[in-house]
Design a protein around this ligand. Structure first.
Ligand SMILES: Nc1nc2c(c(=O)[nH]1)N[C@H]1C(S)=C(S)[C@@H](COP(=O)(O)O)O[C@H]1N2
Ligand SMILES: [Mo]
Length: 200
């Protein structure tokens, strides 16, 4: 027997992992508070510019928007990554198009039903880079993972993907959210290892 490795022995996942991440087949639940119980009958998503309301979608209105399916790798700052996760939802591009607006500022604060928030640059949300996901792996998103709807910004560390999304607020400046106020990075690019505020 030859000891040379065959192509299918090579772990192709290595080059898909950002620095110091480890691949897992599990899907851990990471929450700062208990899972809120949300019913789609009283669910809504509010889009605001500062304090000014722009548009609000109820569940039926939100589900009528164009939908996308994507497969992406996700990376948690606690060092686990999960490859090839399959999601379905509404691209932020399509949400803003439905609101009939161009972004009034360069920054967004995402707000969640559990009091969580996280900040994002608008260019990290557009161009097909982010969605509001309602389905995971072909099934409605389980409550522990943010159902009925969560933000999904897979090219940034997973804390940026706010679960139980209830609002998106344009802000004039880049305003820190829950973890960013507690020392985490304002942007959170895993390929640049932007974990903490003082990582370049
Ligand atoms: N509303 C809300 N969103 C949240 C969190 C949270 O505590 N509340 N945790 C964040 C963190 S730190 C991570 S790693 C991911 C975890 O998502 P998961 O539980 O589906 O793995 O959700 C992010 N979004
Ligand atoms: Mo996290």
């Amino acid at each position: 027997m030859s000891s040379s490795s065959r192509v299918d022995d090579v772990d192709m996942s290595a080059e898909r992992l950002p620095p110091r991440q480890v691949s897992t087949r599990k899907f851990p639940v990471m929450s700062m508070a208990p899972t809120p119980s949300l019913d789609t009958s009283d669910w809504s998503l509010a889009l605001r510019n500062g304090v000014r309301p722009i548009k609000r979608w109820d569940w039926a209105g939100f589900c009528a928007l164009p939908r996308q399916r994507i497969v992406r790798d996700i990376h948690c700052v606690t060092r686990w990554s999960r490859l090839d996760t399959a999601w379905e939802g509404v691209a932020l591009d399509d949400l803003l198009a439905d609101a009939g607006i161009a972004p009034p500022s360069g920054f967004v604060l995402a707000h969640s039903a559990d009091g969580y928030s996280t900040n994002l640059r608008i260019d990290d949300l557009l161009g097909g880079r982010a969605m509001i996901a309602t389905h995971y792996d072909g099934q409605p998103l389980p409550p522990d993972h943010g159902g009925p709807a969560r933000l999904l910004v897979p090219h940034l560390y997973f804390w940026k993907s706010a679960k139980w999304l209830t609002g998106l607020q344009f802000t004039a400046r880049d305003e820190a959210g829950f973890w960013e106020l507690r020392g985490y990075h304002m942007r959170g690019d895993p390929w640049r290892e932007e974990r903490f505020a003082d990582d370049e």
